[in-house]
Design a binder for this molecule. Sequence first.
Ligand SMILES: [Zn+2]
Length: 303
Amino acid sequence: MGFEKIVSQDKAVKLLKGTLITKRIPSAFLFTGEPYIGKTTVALTYAKALNCLEAEGDCCDVCQSCKKIELGIHPDVKVISAEKDTISISSVREVEEFVFLSRLEAKYKVVIIRESHKMNLAAANALLKTLEEPPQNTVLILTCENISKLPEPVVSRCFKVNFNPLSNPAIKKLFPEEQNSLVFKLAMGRPGIIKSMNIIETVEEIKNIIQKKEKVNTFKDNEEAKWWIDLLTVFLRDAICQKLLDSSCKILPNNLKIKEEVTLEKLYTIYDELQNIRKNIDLNLNKSIVLNYTEEILRRVYA
Ligand SMILES: [Zn+2]
């Protein structure tokens, strides 16, 4: 996927292409922005462009190097992801060893560390050593939801590139087959949500909880828990519209009944409560507690 296929991240793409054209390649990048908006896809495109055997300043997607990166089998390109919401020191040691081995076939070794804010402190300190003395022709790309969640010395050693959620028309372009406009509204500009979550099913699960039908199992990771809260926020937003007697602003088609005694103020307080929980999820809040607590919130609101 060449840069022309990256939708709606013009500023980021311009910055990255600039480094390729001028051949001034920073040794470390920090891609920041919400989860599911394409940071890893762009990181892989950049890795391809650095090593493409055909194109200059972009990638061709057909040469051996591009294909290997696409398939995840390039010996000089490595992607590190969190396991159980943590990137441990052993993963960072793996990176260290990897970058100091000589290159096998690439022009640049590339390591992508996804969700780098999930590094624990020991891991971040270990990575700092590599960031301070980067081997030649090696590029580290850290992706991260929010700069404030990473230690400052790590942030200050990286070239920052910011990513934004996509507009509705832009995200629609990526999924021409999808007919249900609710899917786009609830994805909130994050194409990865459409790829990796079953949006409509989760909405039904929430409705079932409200109608006291069944419980959901706990979340597989923090991202799923955050996504759950995002959807609850939409339910709550709709409840606020209902209380304001303006059903035209509702997003979800439903006629769930709100308890008589629940006031607008109460709804705003609950809204804040949900946002606070969301903010703290990366501090490894117990996910079963988050689930039980949010279920309890639903029961407070709906009859
Ligand atoms: Zn290529």
